[in-house]
Structures are given as structure tokens and as C-alpha cells.
Design a protein around this ligand. Structure first.
Ligand code: NAD
Length: 357
């Protein structure tokens, strides 16, 4: 059966990096992968064209797709839009919410070839391979009530940190299953010494644990987890946590690898439909200059093949091609180092395609 892929280039470097990833998808197609690829607008580009960051036509196409590849959204030219609901980021949040993409998988992998790009000592990070599983559609980012209001003569801002047992359980299961496929260690991160919602979080993780006897479950407070990530990051295999803690910890883990331009991510819903995107943003500072690193987006295609299309062999082939171009010494500006060959976005795409073939 033909699977439908929707490509949403978005803003800034989005169109440049998705163009390279689309070439890789086309190469998979040429090798017999039965897919149909369509493109649509999202974010600032969609706002400029239709006055909406997530036009109904884009959402319809997203609903009908088996998987979505997104570049990035946002940029300074849209930061002054007064109506917050029209800002580019709302396009992304709208997709996550409407498609029920509750499980965000963010690998932090340090390719041995790039160990020097990390701000930590090579022996602490070399070979790092962590998977952070972040809950994406609940928690304090979506909890009600929320707002800013006048109370007793001054303005007060408030948000609600809320998780139901079923929300915790479904993200917990994704994380336990992920740990089963990897190093069989799961660390659940919470703040159960202070926040009731995370006391419940911890209880649910404990309740699930006997169903996954091969997985070793541990718990860590989020402040300690932040510290351990920069002290001894290789102690982690799979980390599971809520929306806000996951937002912060996954960015910290990403930076351990030295370049955010290398890291893919996946967001999945209960039916296995997924949205795949690089961890970085739209990098307006380098947009339109053929400088951006397309590897995170190309690796997002590999994740798509693995997690939504059941094509692990093709995924492995893409990952191997990326390893090969790094072995060959090719580097975009963000991962450049002495003695290596600096290449542009499109040259990096060319090299991956050659290695893939
Ligand atoms: P950013 O990730 O876009 O950029 C941070 C730094 O990393 C910049 O110096 C940039 O040049 C560099 N960088 C990022 N990706 C790169 C790549 N592929 N190759 C080489 N260098 C790369 O984060 P920011 O500057 O905080 O945000 C810029 C815009 O992106 C904002 O409008 C923000 O809202 C948006 N944003 C979007 C997403 C998303 O679409 N998922 C995520 C984060 C930020």
C-alpha cells in the first residue's frame, strides 16, 4: 500500500534542509519504497500566504498522511504579530495537539567523529547514546486554568501542572518499550519531593515496571538529572519525563553532542502516525545562505522509516551514509574543525546521497 508523506518545509533554513531530506526520500523511492510525497505550508510561510500558521488545508493533509517531515518554523519577521494564535510556533503546537502527538522521542547521539565538537571532555561524551522520551501534549504547557490576572491590586501569572494517570501510563509504556529495544535501562525524571503531580507520575511508573521485568527502572529528581547529564551523561539509556522538564533536559542533552544540527526527533501518536523534525529551530541567522547542516533532517527521515513506515533496513542505510560522510571528513560550518572539508548544505546532501547509493 502506498504510504503518504507530507513535507512541511516551514521557515528560515526549513526549505533548504527539507530539500536535502526530500532527495533522500526520493532515493528510497527509487529503491522501491512505496510512498507518495506532498508539500504544504506551515508557520510563518503559511501566515504570509493565508494569514494562518496552520491553514485548514495543511491540517487536512497532515491528518491524511502516514508521516510528516517538518523543517522548522519561526523567525524575527513574525515575532511582532500581536495575536499570539497567529504566530508561527502555533502552527507547530496545533499540529501536535490536533494529531495527538503525545510521545516525543529525542535521541542525543554523539558520533565518535564529532567528539571534539562537544563542550565536554571527549572521554565523558564519546559514544553517547541517550533517548529522551518527553510527554508532549499535556503538563504545564497545556494545563488549565492559566493566565495573567489582577489579584489584590497586582498582576498575577499562573499556570496549572496537571497529568492524568492515563496520560502518564501511555508515555510510560512508550518509554518502557523503547528501553526494551535499547539498553534496558529507564530513568524516570520528576520532582516528586515538591510536586504532587509528579508523585502520581512516579507511582504510575512503578506500577508499570513489573510488566517490563527486563527493564531496570530508576527515578531521579529533575535538578539532579540536569546535573548528571553534564557530569556523567553516559549513565543514561532511556529517560522519560513530562513536557516541561523534557523540553529543558532534551535541549541540554542535545548540546552535549556539540551540534544541534545533527539531532533528529520524532513525535508519535497512538496509531503510530508520526511527525519527524530536526531538534533545532529555523536558524534565521544563516537562512538562505546554503550553510545549514541538513543532517538532523536527513536523520529525521531515517527515524520516520524506522518508527512510522517499518523500514528499519532503509533507516540503517541512511544512518550509515551519514556516518560515512563524517568519516570522509565532510563538515558543515556548525561542526567544522581543523583539517576537515567545509561543505555547504547542498554539498552535504550530495555526499549523503552518494554514500547512500
Ligand atoms: P535555532 O535552533 O534556530 O538556532 C540556534 C543556533 O543554532 C543559531 O546560531 C543557528 O544558526 C544554529 N543552528 C540551528 N540549526 C542549525 C543547522 N541545521 N545548521 C547549522 N546551524 C544551526 O534557535 P533560535 O535561534 O533560538 O530560534 C530561531 C527561530 O526558530 C525562532 O523563531 C524560534 O521560535 C524558532 N524555533 C523553532 C523550532 C521548531 O520549529 N521546532 C524550535 C526552536 C526554535
Amino acid at each position: 500500500m502506498t504510504r503518504k508523506i507530507l513535507v512541511l518545509p516551514g521557515d528560515g533554513i526549513g526549505p533548504e534542509i527539507t530539500a536535502q531530506a526530500s532527495r533522500v526520500l526520493a532515493a528510497c523511492q527509487a529503491r522501491g519504497l512505496d510512498i507518495e510525497v506532498e508539500e504544504a505550508l506551515v508557520g510563518g510561510a503559511a501566515y504570509d500566504a493565508f494569514g494562518e500558521p496552520l491553514p485548514a488545508a495543511t491540517l487536512d493533509k497532515a491528518r491524511g498522511a502516514d508521516a510528516i517531515l517538518l523543517g522548522a518554523v519561526g523567525g524575527p519577521q513574525w515575532d511582532t504579530i500581536e495575536d499570539l494564535a497567529k504566530r508561527p510556533e502555533k502552527g507547530l503546537l496545533g499540529l501536535r495537539k490536533n494529531l495527538g502527538l503525545f510521545a516525543n522521542l529525542r535521541p542525543a547521539i554523539l558520533y565518535p567523529q564529532l567528539a571534539e565538537a562537544s563542550s565536554l571532555k571527549p572521554e565523558i561524551v564519546s559514544g553517547l547514546d541517550i533517548m529522551i522520551v518527553r510527554e508532549l501534549t499535556g503538563g504545564i504547557y497545556f494545563g488549565q486554568p492559566r493566565g495573567i490576572e489582577e489579584r489584590e491590586g497586582e498582576r498575577v501569572g499562573f499556570n496549572t501542572y496537571v497529568y492524568s494517570e492515563s496520560e502518564i501510563e501511555r508515555i510510560g509504556r512508550v518509554a518502557f518499550e523503547m528501553a526494551q529495544k535499547r539498553g534496558k535501562k529507564l530513568c524516570s525524571v520528576d520532582k516528586a519531593n515538591v510536586l504532587e503531580v509528579t508523585i502520581l507520575w512516579r507511582e504510575v511508573m512503578e506500577r508499570l515496571a513489573p510488566e517490563y521485568p527486563d527493564v531496570e527502572l530508576s527515578h531521579m529528581y529533575v535538578d539532579n538529572a540536569a546535573m548528571q547529564l553534564v557530569r556523567a551523561p553516559k549513565q543514561f539509556d532511556v529517560v522519560v519525563t513530562g513536557n516541561m522538564f523534557g523540553d529543558i533536559l532534551s535541549d541540554a542533552a542535545a548540546m552535549l553532542t556539540g551540534s544541534i544540527g545533527m539531532l533528529p526527533s520524532a513525535s508519535l501518536n497512538e496509531s503510530g502516525q508520526g511527525m519527524y523534525e530536526p531538534c533545532h529551530g529555523s536558524a534565521p541567522d544563516i537562512a538562505g545562505q546554503n550553510l545549514a547542516n541538513p543532517l538532523a533532517t536527513i536523520l529525521s527521515v531515517a527515524m520516520m522509516l524506522r518508527y512510522s513506515l517499518g523500514e528499519a533496513a532503509l533507516a540503517g542505510r541512511i544512518e550509515a551514509a551519514v556516518g560515512k560522510v563524517l568519516d570522509d571528513g565532510l563538515r558543515t560550518a556548525d561542526i567544522a574543525s581543523a583539517g576537515k572539508k567545509m561543505v555547504s548544505t547542498s554539498e552535504m546532501g550530495d555526499a549523503v546521497l552518494t554514500a547512500f547509493e
